[in-house]
Design a protein around this ligand. Structure first.
Ligand SMILES: *[C@@H]1O[C@H](CO)[C@@H](O)[C@H](O)[C@H]1NC(C)=O
Ligand SMILES: *[C@@H]1O[C@H](CO)[C@@H](O)[C@H](O)[C@H]1NC(C)=O
Ligand SMILES: *[C@@H]1O[C@H](CO)[C@@H](O)[C@H](O)[C@H]1NC(C)=O
Ligand SMILES: *[C@@H]1O[C@H](CO)[C@@H](O)[C@H](O)[C@H]1NC(C)=O
Ligand SMILES: *[C@@H]1O[C@H](CO)[C@@H](O)[C@H](O)[C@H]1NC(C)=O
Ligand SMILES: *[C@@H]1O[C@H](CO)[C@@H](O)[C@H](O)[C@H]1NC(C)=O
Ligand SMILES: *[C@@H]1O[C@H](CO)[C@@H](O)[C@H](O)[C@H]1NC(C)=O
Ligand SMILES: *[C@@H]1O[C@H](CO)[C@@H](O)[C@H](O)[C@H]1NC(C)=O
Ligand SMILES: *[C@@H]1O[C@H](CO)[C@@H](O)[C@H](O)[C@H]1NC(C)=O
Ligand SMILES: *[C@@H]1O[C@H](CO)[C@@H](O)[C@H](O)[C@H]1NC(C)=O
Ligand SMILES: *[C@@H]1O[C@H](CO)[C@@H](O)[C@H](O)[C@H]1NC(C)=O
Ligand SMILES: CC(=O)N[C@H]1CO[C@H](CO)[C@@H](O)[C@@H]1O
Length: 679
């Protein structure tokens, strides 16, 4: 069985004394230390190698892998979609663990140095045929004693058991057509008035008569002529950032935009009107006096624990230089609040619309390209560099932020808020191939590591929506390409549900399909009635429409027609740690819960402001007392929709402000063009 191969040129130095050798390998020195009084043999160029006749490795396999058979590929085509070349170290151990780490339950080694990952269904779908074991004859590049296929043949291994426990529930919700739109919006925000504020390019829109800003009255969905209110911006909001301020009026703040004055844009809208009645307020801005300090196109905004607004990253308009800085808004009088970020600069141009979250320590999580770190909330110095995000099975260079656009949310925080918080990031792209995984991390635990969960299909440009029951809906996006105009194809039409209350690997359910492709510039927004508004798609790609139609997705918790609980909230301005009475009416009488969903603005997979809180509460009959989250680190100041849930079925949301307006944004900006709510 064993053969000894002497390599053609061997030079031996034989030393009788165990003097310090010039060339040493670990085996020789180990032996030397263990035995003594022996001759040590040193070789100047190569070790004396023994090689065995390679055999199929069927034991000592990683995980639940099992050897299947020798599989021939059909002609020049490949059976599996993902190829990794391990020039020096292909082996069952390395190949199979790489495949299963990324959720692929079928794998094969080919030609000695190729590792292929996929699904068992790929074998029949792509014409793999079983051939005699004698057709797999090549030793593994990293394990001379074992076989790794041959030319056009794979040493096939299959995972025994369920690697990805994706659920296919019977109740999969449904998409419904909602209303025709006027433009393909790029930014969607539910206002405190219960209406949806949309922004679209202004001046650069392919819809020449677009004003760039519209508001949708949800109560008039059946009355197109009256449902849309035309609003106005002065500068181009294309690829700006937005969030809902913690001021009394819940003003929507929009920052940055496309080119020159627009990149410095600061715009505010105070939501007004009521269902069925148009408001009269419009977007306010004063491009002369009220500006950002740096030009920002494709940047992200965040309300800090101290109530000020941070905006990070972006570029100085189309073709402009990267703005690898952050700044604080409002600007302190007289001073610059700009901080240069070398790590952001080093990942240009793959870090646009970075993912930002306030952590319960008050520190800031930032995810950008394939990197992540934690920042000090005062100095913005790096407190911790987190491990790089895992990419695709074939490359760690895959990215998660624009243009490799994935999506990110914080998983729910529950009273007493002692569990470590988790950041979830789903989708992205690797050289134009959409990623089929979500990665998550608990950034503030010691030695935090990323957990990989495979999604049932590939997705770049997904939208994610936090639902009132603590789950997350993943929709929209494409299976091929990257974010941007004309850069993606192959839409994904299927909705997924991510349920963090389930164990890792069992969290994803496959829900219903839409018929409408939603790719670049598409959004998904939780409505106060618990449905999800699905809007947009501005692909500017032949055969893919500029999408004006608006849909709603009705999640499973509403699609069975169960009566939604009713809640009344007398006091809607809460202090941290305060106790507030609400009155509830349940119809199914299932286990009740209360959730607080922070107001968001959604664009480019970035859910600015997103946060889900399950506060403590107790009930006495129909009257319940809810304890507000304890502080601005756990829950930065801001507006939230309060939902009461009867089992999974949510009430309508009621807007509640938590933590006041500590940065006194209600007095800003003190220029005549702005209506100030005061503090
Ligand atoms: C020792 O020798 C074995 C057999 O050649 C080899 O597989 C192993 O890698 C060597 N160990 C070290 C530390 O060089
Ligand atoms: C295989 O070798 C490459 C190149 O030396 C190295 O980067 C990689 O980490 C190795 N992979 C494994 C799984 O050992
Ligand atoms: C398998 O081996 C046989 C015998 O060596 C050979 O005739 C045949 O072409 C091989 N098939 C493949 C797919 O390599
Ligand atoms: C697969 O795993 C199950 C339990 O995990 C075990 O009972 C079964 O024997 C395994 N199958 C094979 C072919 O080994
Ligand atoms: C899926 O949605 C369609 C409408 O979009 C609906 O007709 C169908 O009943 C839904 N499927 C299930 C299983 O609920
Ligand atoms: C622009 O004008 C066209 C033609 O009159 C009209 O159909 C469309 O609704 C208008 N779009 C907007 C955004 O007003
Ligand atoms: C609201 O204003 C728009 C004009 O921007 C108008 O078309 C629409 O009919 C108005 N809706 C209502 C309910 O008055
Ligand atoms: C919040 O913190 C930032 C960063 O230190 C600072 O620039 C800003 O002035 C603070 N805001 C308030 C209201 O203290
Ligand atoms: C984290 O890693 C360090 C260094 O490897 C180790 O000393 C420490 O025990 C680890 N902590 C935890 C909680 O695993
Ligand atoms: C959704 O679409 C996928 C892909 O076309 C299909 O396999 C699946 O059966 C569809 N689901 C439903 C509920 O129609
Ligand atoms: C807004 O500000 C600009 C420049 O400061 C000024 O010209 C304009 O009249 C102002 N508009 C209103 C409505 O106050
Ligand atoms: C066109 C389409 O919908 N493709 C995929 C989208 O995602 C679902 C679930 O992950 C797949 O089943 C579809 O094939």
């Amino acid at each position: 069985m064993y053969r000894t191969l002497l390599l053609p040129t061997l030079f031996y130095f034989v030393t009788l004394l165990a003097s310090v050798p010039l060339f040493v390998n670990a085996n020789a020195s180990d032996n030397l230390r263990r035995t003594g009084r022996r001759h040590s043999v040193y070789n100047s160029r190569k070790s004396v190698a023994t090689r065995v006749v390679p055999t199929v490795q069927t034991t000592d396999l990683p995980g639940n892998w099992q050897y299947s058979r020798c599989l021939a590929e059909p002609g020049a085509n490949n059976v599996f979609p993902y190829q990794i070349i391990f020039p020096q170290n292909n082996s069952a151990q390395n190949c199979l663990s790489q495949c299963s780490t990324f959720g692929y339950p079928a794998a094969g080694m080919e030609n000695g140095n190729e590792c292929w990952c996929g699904d068992a269904a790929d074998i029949t779908n792509n014409g793999g045929t079983t051939v005699a074991e004698t057709n797999c004859t090549t030793a593994c590049s990293g394990d001379a004693s074992h076989l790794c296929g041959g030319a056009q043949t794979l040493q096939l291994y299959l995972w025994n058991g369920t690697l990805n426990n994706w659920h296919t529930p019977t109740d999969i919700g449904q998409y419904e057509y909602f209303i025709p739109g006027l433009v393909p919006p790029l930014l969607a925000t539910v206002g405190k008035n219960g209406k949806v504020s949309f922004l679209e390019k202004f001046g650069t829109s392919e819809f020449a008569n677009s004003t760039g800003a519209y508001e949708l009255d949800l109560s008039l969905a059946d009355d197109f002529d009256h449902a849309w209110r035309t609003m106005h911006v002065k500068t181009d909001v294309w690829c700006s950032a937005a969030l809902v301020l913690p001021d009394k009026a819940a003003r929507i703040l929009n920052l940055g935009g496309w080119t020159q004055a627009s990149t410095l844009g600061i715009r505010l809208y105070t939501p007004d009107g009521s269902p069925g009645v148009n408001g009269t307020n419009d977007w306010e801005e004063d491009p002369t006096n009220v500006q950002l300090q740096g030009g920002r196109w494709y940047s992200t905004a965040l309300v800090l624990s101290n109530g000020s607004v941070l905006i990070m990253g972006g570029v100085n308009g189309a073709g402009g230089a990267a703005d690898s800085t952050l700044e604080i808004v409002p600007r302190v009088s007289g001073g610059s609040t700009v901080v240069f970020l070398d790590w952001l600069d080093q990942t240009d141009p793959n870090n646009l619309y970075p993912f930002l979250h306030v952590l319960p320590s008050g520190r800031i999580f930032v995810g950008y390209y394939n990197e992540a770190r934690i920042l000090d909330p005062v100095t913005f110095a790096t407190v911790a560099v987190l491990p790089n995000m895992p990419g695709s099975v074939t490359s760690f260079l895959a990215g998660r932020t624009f243009p490799n656009q994935g999506t990110s949310v914080l998983l729910p925080q529950k009273a007493p808020y002692t569990d470590a918080i988790t950041v979830l990031i789903c989708g992205g792209s690797n050289s134009g191939i959409a990623l089929d995984n979500c990665v998550s991390i608990q950034p503030e635990v010691d030695n935090a590591t990323w957990v990989i969960e495979r999604m049932p299909s590939k997705r770049v440009m997904p939208g994610v929506v936090a639902l009132p029951d603590g789950t997350y809906l993943i929709v929209n996006g494409a299976q091929q390409g990257i974010g941007g105009f004309q850069l993606a194809s192959d839409p994904n039409l299927s909705a997924l549900l991510y349920d963090p209350s389930q164990p890792v690997g069992s969290r994803i359910s496959i829900l219903n399909n839409t018929t409408i492709a939603r790719m670049y510039h598409s959004e998904a927004t939780l409505l106060p009635d618990g449905r999800v508004l699905i809007s947009g798609s501005d692909p500017q790609t032949p055969r893919l429409p500029e999408e004006l139609r608006i849909e709603v997705y009705i999640p499973p918790y509403l699609s069975q027609g169960l009566t939604q609980p009713v809640v009344t909230v007398p006091n809607t301005d809460w202090e941290y740690g305060g106790q507030y009475q609400i009155t509830v009416q349940l119809f199914q009488g299932q286990t009740m819960s209360v959730s607080l969903l922070a107001a968001t603005s959604s664009t480019h997979g970035n859910v600015m402001g997103g946060r889900t809180i399950f506060p403590a509460f107790s009930c006495n009959g129909n009257v319940c007392t809810v304890t507000a989250p304890p502080n601005a680190q756990v829950s930065p100041p801001g507006w939230h929709q309060l939902f009461v849930l009867d089992g999974p079925t949510p009430s309508h949301g009621v807007f509640v402000r938590i933590g006041g307006d500590p940065a006194e944004l209600g007095n800003w900006p003190a220029f005549p063009n702005f209506t100030l709510p005061g503090v």
